[in-house]
Write a protein that binds this ligand. Sequence first.
Ligand SMILES: NC(=O)c1ccc[n+]([C@@H]2O[C@H](COP(=O)([O-])OP(=O)(O)OC[C@H]3O[C@@H](n4cnc5c(N)ncnc54)[C@H](O)[C@@H]3O)[C@@H](O)[C@H]2O)c1
Length: 356
Amino acid sequence: MGDTFGFGIIGAGVISSYHAKAIEAHPDGKIVAVADVVKANAEKFAAEYNCEIYTDWREMLKRDDIQAINVCSPSGLHAEHTIGAAKAGKHIIVEKSMAINVKDATSMIRVARDNKVRLAVIFQKRTEEAPNKVKKAIADGMFGKMVFGDASIKYWRNQAYYDSADWRGTWAQEGGGSTMTQGIHGIDLLLYMMGDVEKIYATMDTVAHVDIEVEDIALALLKFKNGAYGRLQTATACNPGSGNVFEINGTLGTAILVEDTITSWAFSDSKETVAKETIVGVKGEAGTAASSYKTFPVEGHIMQMANFIDAVRDGKNLICSGEDGRKSLVLIEALYTSARRGEEVFLDEILEGNEI
Ligand SMILES: NC(=O)c1ccc[n+]([C@@H]2O[C@H](COP(=O)([O-])OP(=O)(O)OC[C@H]3O[C@@H](n4cnc5c(N)ncnc54)[C@H](O)[C@@H]3O)[C@@H](O)[C@H]2O)c1
């Protein structure tokens, strides 16, 4: 055990309890305070996790016993909250989506760097064994020349979900729909395994909901920088949904991942298939958020919180830094731009003026 590491949480909604459990799981972690504009939400959280409450997050930042801020507010407020915390000298662990556009994400990274604080982005699926195994196999050349990297992220969210908070389903505060909020986890993993995308051609629509502004389906064709192509689909219109499914193909290997399980793992020496195995992911349980967003496993948050504390203390690499967390946003902004224009978009265009 080391010195106490104090956290202040902004936003006491659904995801705040995952952060609270992850802090409590660390021997040095202490939940010092919570800030929420809805006092009742802060009170409910404080009653469960025994901490101070604030209705103005800026007041909470004045405390010396808080070293880090958990940004658990609606996605459209992440940039304001992260930048405010960084300027107050606090380290930050921000929920996905780190921001709702690339410009804001870039400002967050710059301000954190200028104020010498660490910025981590929650993408808890990066901690699972299966995508890490595929990522390593690609890096080791086991797949040969990469041919396809496909991701299908088909979820269901009913109208009650979109009605449960004002920010949901809006371009201004959620920044998008099935791609920005649900698909982003799988998009992050696809890029984590396959590397960066060069260009995208996309379309999107709202097919199953009447009272939302944002898309509930999107389809895109990708060209990766490694020469491979990909198909990306996101949805909150598929009931009950098929969760996250990835198909990775090269000239020497094929892997299929369903949630955190590799269901197919086959490699060839070009004459015959030489290896086959099935592995399971974290704790051997395939947690899915396909039809419920309140019941996925907490292990990923626990691992990212422990890594974050280590990174602040020892300068260790983050599982997902601000720069890493921005990659999926660049792709998503390119997807939306392509769908609106009806033409192919190069990701370099999205990055123009957003150098880090
Ligand atoms: N990692 C994951 O798998 C995962 C899962 C769910 C949500 N999330 C992300 O977490 C974030 C929050 O989602 P949620 O489902 O918990 O939303 P939520 O609506 O349940 O909670 C948001 C909370 O923030 C509060 N809030 C709003 N404005 C505020 C302000 N100015 N200052 C302080 N508090 C404010 C609200 O009152 C509410 O209590 C989103 O960015 C979402 O994408 C991530």
